[in-house]
Design a protein around this ligand. Structure first.
Ligand SMILES: NC(=O)C1=CN([C@@H]2O[C@H](COP(=O)(O)OP(=O)(O)OC[C@H]3O[C@@H](n4cnc5c(N)ncnc54)[C@H](OP(=O)(O)O)[C@@H]3O)[C@@H](O)[C@H]2O)C=CC1
Ligand SMILES: O=C(CO)COP(=O)(O)O
Length: 333
C-alpha cells in the first residue's frame, strides 16, 4: 500500500518537501493562499516563494485543509512556529487516529517555549511524532543540487518505515532516534547564523566566521545536551551540518537578517522588508530563557538576543571574540 501524505504550508520549504515527496507517494499540499494553490495546480509554480522553479506535475495543492488532512496516512507540518499550534488545532478535527505527524519547522513556540513536537504531543496525543531536519536550503534543493537530511523519531521501527517517503536519489534521508537533539539543532543554529551574518555585514573575516561557528556549536551542544539531546547529534547533519549551511549560504534568511543588522539597519526594518520567515529572531528570547533554566552560558546567543531586541547594535556587541575574559576552550564562555 502506498501511504498518502498531507503537507500543510505552501511556503518555500513546504513546497520543496512536497515536491520531493511527490516522487515517492501521493501528496496533497495545503496552502491558505488561493492564488498560490491555483498556480501550483495550473502553472506548476509557486511564484510567491519559489519563483522561476518548475514543480513536479504530480504535486497537487488545495485550499481545503480537510481535503489534505482527512485522507492522510502521514501528516507533515510545514508552517512557521508562530502559526503551528493554530494550524495543528484545525487539522486535529480532520485527522485519523494514530497518523504520524512530522514537523519541518525550526522554531519554538514563543508563549510556552515548547518545541513543535511537544505541541503535536499536546494537541494530538497518541500520534507518533517526528522531524525532518538538516542542511536543507529550499531553493538549492529545487535547483537539483544533492542534499542530506535526517528524519528523526523516537521509535526506530516507525522512523525506518517512513524514511522511504522522503528519501530519493538527490535527497539522502538518514534516520536518527534522538528526536529532541535533532529538533533543537535546527532551532539553535538559526541564532548562530544571525551572529555570523552580523560579522559578515560588518566586514569580518573568515577566521572570525570560523571562530563564531565553532564557539556557536559549543553553545548549541551545551544547551542541547543539558536538555537531553545526545552529544553526537550536534556533530551530525542536524547540528553541525545545518549550522554550516545556514551560516555560510547567501540563501539563508537568518544569516541575511544578521548581515543587514551588521550593516547598521534596525531589526524592524529588516523584517518588514522580508516576505519569508527568519525563525531565529523569534526563538532568541525563548532560547535565552532555556539557557537560564538549564544554567548554560550562551554568550553568542545572548549578543544576538540583545541586537534582535534592539537593545544594542551589532557594532556594539561585536567585540564577540574580543571579550575581555577568555578561559579554557572546553569550558563555557
Ligand atoms: N526555506 C528553507 O530553506 C527551510 C525552512 N525550514 C523551516 O520550515 C518552516 C517554514 O519555513 P518556510 O517554508 O521557509 O517559510 P516561508 O516564509 O517561505 O513560508 C511560510 C508559509 O507558511 C504559511 N503560513 C504562515 N502562517 C500561516 C497560517 N496561520 N496558516 C496557514 N499558512 C500559514 C505562509 O502562507 P502565506 O503565504 O499565505 O502567508 C507560507 O506559505 C520554518 O520553520 C523554517 O525554519 C526548514 C528547512 C529549510
Ligand atoms: O533551515 C534552513 C537550512 O537548513 C533554512 O535556513 P533559513 O531559515 O535561515 O533560510
Amino acid at each position: 500500500m502506498r501511504l498518502k501524505i498531507g503537507l500543510l504550508g505552501g511556503g518555500s520549504w513546504g513546497t520543496t518537501v512536497a515536491s520531493l515527496v511527490s516522487r515517492n507517494a501521493p501528496i496533497t499540499l495545503w496552502a491558505r493562499d488561493a492564488e498560490t494553490v491555483a498556480s501550483i495546480n495550473r502553472e506548476h509554480e509557486n511564484p510567491k516563494y519559489l519563483p522561476g522553479i518548475t514543480l513536479p506535475a504530480a504535486l497537487t495543492a488545495t485550499t481545503s485543509l480537510e481535503e489534505a488532512v482527512a485522507s492522510a496516512d502521514v501528516l507533515v507540518m510545514g508552517v512557521p512556529s508562530h502559526s503551528f499550534r493554530g494550524v495543528l488545532e484545525e487539522a486535529q478535527r480532520h485527522l485519523r487516529p494514530w497518523v504520524p505527524v512530522i514537523s519541518l519547522t525550526k522554531g519554538l513556540e514563543l508563549a510556552s517555549g515548547k518545541r513543535m513536537t511537544e505541541l503535536i504531543e499536546e494537541v494530538l496525543p497518541g500520534h507518533p511524532v517526528g522531524v525532518l531536519t538538516g542542511p536543507n536550503l529550499a531553493r538549492e534543493i529545487m535547483s537539483g543540487q544533492a542534499a542530506a537530511s535526517v528524519l528523526s523519531m523516537e521509535d526506530e521501527i516507525v522512523v525506518r518505515a517512513l524514511q522511504p517517503v522522503f528519501h530519493s536519489g538527490l535527497f539522502r534521508v538518514y534516520t536518527n532516534t534522538d528526536l529532541l537533539g535533532c529538533e533543537l539543532g535546527g532551532v539553535l543554529k538559526n541564532i548562530i547564523a544571525i551572529a555570523v551574518g552580523m560579522g559578515d555585514g560588518l566586514g569580518a573575516g573568515d577566521n572570525t566566521r570560523a571562530g563564531l561557528m565553532t564557539r556557536g556549536l559549543a553553545e548549541i551542544t551545551r544547551l542541547g545536551v543539558a536538555m537531553g539531546g545526545r552529544p553526537e547529534t550536534f556533530a551530525g547533519l542536524a547540528g553541525m551540518g545545518d549550522l554550516i549551511a545556514t551560516c555560510t549560504s547567501p540563501l539563508s534568511r537568518n544569516r541575511h537578517v544578521g548581515v543587514e543588522l551588521g550593516r547598521g539597519r534596525h531589526i524592524d526594518a529588516i523584517i518588514e522588508g522580508m516576505n519569508m520567515v527568519a525563525e531565529g529572531v523569534k526563538s532568541a528570547p525563548t532560547v535565552m530563557a532555556l539557557a537560564e533554566t538549564y544554567g548554560i552560558a550562551m554568550p553568542i546567543a545572548s549578543d544576538v538576543f540583545d541586537v534582535t531586541q534592539g537593545k544594542r547594535t551589532a557594532q556594539e556587541v561585536f567585540r564577540g571574540l574580543l571579550r575581555s575574559s577568555v578561559g579554557d576552550e572546553a569550558h563555557p564562555g
